[in-house]
Design a protein around this ligand. Structure first.
Ligand code: C2E
Ligand code: CA
Ligand code: CA
Length: 704
């Protein structure tokens, strides 16, 4: 019986066992194993005396190498019965067949024993594992329970557990302290009993959502009132505990006492939001409240601001000292606080001597005016401070309107503008915001802001209007009049920009520019028409007449253009001729000495004080156009106007001045003015202001 035969048998065996059990070996390893068993079984078969025990070991071993399935056993037993003797070329006889049967049953018992033992072992292992696990869980539970108890009892944070009806089941000592109530009392309470009037709607809405199981946790700030009336500020975290079935079982509240933190915060906030001197709310708090009032109310709701500023506070402060100033502010703030009452109102100090009164629920403009009147009234009584009787007044800007489409910033800006109007209109009174006036001012502001650039871009130009001799109608002089060609607004007359330019100071460079243009033109007229050419008359604004560089500017322009000084006339109004101390402007004397003509413009509209003209180096008086309306024709003429003008002309002549009548629109007016004795006239009757080309043509026609 060759080794090859045994190998072949082992291969057949391996083949038949394939797929019957999961064995962690390669097929070569399996074949090697089975070859070993084959050797043992052959040895047992041939043993003398016969002993089947090695087959028992093989059965046992099959289980050990994981051929544990019934199928593996069945096939092995089958193979050992039928093919064993055939494959191994062993002659068959009854003795051999008996031996094979014995080997089969021995292998079977070995296999079954081993298999059962293995199952038992596995079961035991599982049981032990289960036992171990249970012990561990119980142990863990016990520890966590103990740990939980300790945390619950000792926690600095207040904890309560309540059932889903809100009945309080357990509270720890911290919570008893926070709420100021003993356990027994709390156990008789429900969560609803802990409601606080200051709780927002949201607090209880969150609670209801938790109770309905719609949310598992929320965190809020909440106040509690203790039986002794003291209050606790807390931060509260409410959590839901669900049972195994997922249904809500308990509510757990964790409450941290943040009262100290809150109080500190409140104090810091108070400090940040109040004026330390007067104790009134400051600008920040005022703006916060105004913003909130506008945010939280319906668009048709009205608010009012009375923006107040003390008149002449700076003088008091500077002359009597800051202490008196401070005391005055305190006294004023006290009077304001007394006169303004109502939960919807607030008095705030905006800084310096500015206060504001906010009316959150304004009934009407009239009501806001009443408030302003009351404030002005409370200040009428003089204020006593350290031996001084101080009379103070204030100006108030009132803004009262619907909050729709408004911002706090807009209200403040308009209140500020209105306060400025109140001040400008004379002190001790209020002014009411006027949107039209504001729109005009805003437009003017915009205009004045663009003016410097416009001057640089040469958007300005000059038109000319002749001054005509009233006897022979020859052109004597030509007035230069400034215009602005605005890129958006088109042609603007001087009534739109001269006053603005005076305010901003731009009139100085603008006036210089006009002067240069005019002198250049006058030089050309002189070159073209010779001696009879007209002089040019240029307007000089008040601001220009006070400009320290006036004389040098005029000199350098004359030099630069080559114009003779006697061919330039400067027109000044009466107020421009007088210095600040009612002294004539010195520069005028210098200019006059240089040979420049000086004219008084718009005479009769200002002081009309002829007396001082005596001391002025003036050459000409221009009588304002407003007198012209009364001088149409001799029949319908206003006798008073006629007499005034007559007197003016006589006086001017006595002083050696020539007289020009302005605004001459009709032939009758021209004749009347000639009769009265005016030398020259200016007006639409002769020519409207016109371009350089047209004035040149006019001069050519009228040069004498
Ligand atoms: P003004 O100096 O009294 O200039 C005469 C104004 O009367 C001009 O108005 C002129 O167009 C207008 N006028 C002339 N004839 C008649 C008339 O028959 N009837 C009527 N109703 N009006 C007539 P304009 O050009 O609008 O100038 C207005 C004012 O602007 C000037 O008054 C002058 O005070 C000022 N202005 C003009 N240009 C300048 C300038 O370059 N510098 C300065 N500082 N002021 C200027
Ligand atoms: Ca003028
Ligand atoms: Ca004039």
């Amino acid at each position: 019986m060759s080794r090859t035969d045994r190998r072949r048998f082992a291969a057949v065996w391996a083949q038949s066992l394939m797929g019957t059990s999961y064995v962690p070996m390669t097929s070569a390893e399996v074949e090697g194993r089975l070859l070993g068993y084959t050797d043992e079984l052959v040895a047992a078969l041939l043993s003398e005396p016969f002993d089947p025990a090695p087959a028992h070991v093989v059965g046992d071993d099959l289980v050990a190498v994981h051929f544990t399935s019934a199928e593996s056993l069945a096939r092995s037993v089958d193979l050992l019965g039928e093919r064993f003797l055939a494959e191994l070329n062993l002659p068959e006889d009854s003795g051999r067949r008996q031996r094979v049967s014995a080997l089969q049953s021995s292998l079977c018992t070995g296999f079954v024993h081993a298999a059962r033992k293995r199952t038992l072992d596995e079961q035991e292992a599982i049981r032990q594992a289960v036992l171990d696990a249970r012990d561990a869980v119980e142990q863990a539970l016990r520890t966590s329970e103990a740990r939980f108890r300790a945390i619950f009892a000792e926690a600095a944070i207040g904890i309560s557990i309540a059932d889903m009806n809100g009945r309080i089941l357990e509270v720890n000592s911290s919570l008893r302290r926070i709420l100021g109530r003993p356990t027994e009392e709390l156990r008789r309470m429900t969560t609803h009993d802990l409601l606080h009037p200051a709780d927002s709607e949201g607090v209880w809405r969150l609670y209801e959502e938790l109770v309905r199981g719609e949310r598992d946790q929320y965190r809020i700030e909440k106040q509690f009132i203790r039986p002794d009336g003291s209050r606790a500020w807390t931060e509260l975290i409410m959590s839901l505990v669900r049972g195994e079935d997922g249904l809500p079982l308990y509510q757990v509240a964790m409450i941290e006492d943040v009262t100290d933190r809150k109080m500190l915060q409140d104090r810091l906030r108070h400090q940040a939001m109040h004026d330390p001197l007067t104790g009134l709310p400051n600008r920040a708090l005022f703006l916060e409240r105004l913003t909130a009032a506008m945010r939280d109310r319906k668009p048709e709701h009205r608010v009012a601001l009375c923006y107040m500023d003390l008149d002449g506070f700076k003088v008091i402060n500077d002359s009597l000292g800051h202490h008196v100033g401070d005391d005055l502010l305190v006294a004023v703030s006290e009077r304001l606080a007394l006169s303004v009452h109502g939960a919807d109102r607030m008095v705030a100090r905006m800084g310096g001597d500015e206060f504001v009164i906010l009316i959150e629920d304004s009934a009407s403009t009239e009501q806001a005016i009443e408030v302003a009147d009351e404030i002005l009234d409370t200040l009428v009584e003089p204020i006593r401070i350290g031996g001084h009787e101080l009379s103070v007044s204030a100006s108030i800007g009132i803004v009262e309107r619907c909050i729709a489409n408004q911002s706090a910033a807009e209200l403040m800006r308009d209140a500020d503008v209105t306060l400025y109007w109140a001040k400008a209109e004379g002190k001790g009174q209020w002014a009411l915001f006027d949107p039209e006036r504001n729109a005009t001012e805003v437009a003017q502001y915009r205009l004045s802001a663009t003016m410097p650039a416009a001057l640089e871009r040469e958007e300005f130009f000059v038109e000319y209007q002749p001054l005509v001799g009233l006897r022979e109608f020859g052109v004597v002089g030509v007035e230069a009049l400034a215009r602005w060609w605005h890129p958006d607004l088109g042609r603007l007359g001087p009534d739109r920009f001269i006053a603005l330019a005076e305010e901003t100071g731009l009139i100085v460079p603008l006036g210089r520019w006009v002067l240069r243009q005019a002198c250049r033109q006058a030089k050309q007229w002189h070159e073209e028409f010779g001696e009879p050419a007209p002089f040019v008359s240029v307007n000089l604004a008040v601001r220009q007449s006070r400009d320290p560089n006036l004389v040098s500017d005029v000199q350098s322009i004359l030099r630069e253009t080559g114009l003779e000084p006697c061919r330039l006339q400067l027109e000044l109004t009466e107020s421009a001729v007088m210095g600040t101390a009612d002294e004539p402007i010195e520069a005028l004397g210098t200019l006059a000495k240089m040979g420049v003509r000086i004219a008084i413009d718009d005479f009769g509209t200002g002081y009309s004080n002829l007396a001082y003209l005596r001391h002025l180096p003036v050459h000409e008086l221009k009588i304002a156009g407003s007198f012209m309306s009364g001088l149409r024709d001799p029949e319908r003429a206003d006798p008073v106007d006629a007499r005034i003008v007559g007197t003016l002309v006589d006086l001017a002549h006595t002083l050696g001045l020539t007289v020009t009548a302005e605004g001459v629109e009709t032939h009758a007016q021209a004749r009347r003015m000639a009769d009265i004795g005016c030398e020259t006239g200016q007006g639409f009757f002769f020519a409207r202001p016109c371009s350089t080309e047209r004035i040149r043509a006019f001069i050519a026609d009228h040069v004498s």
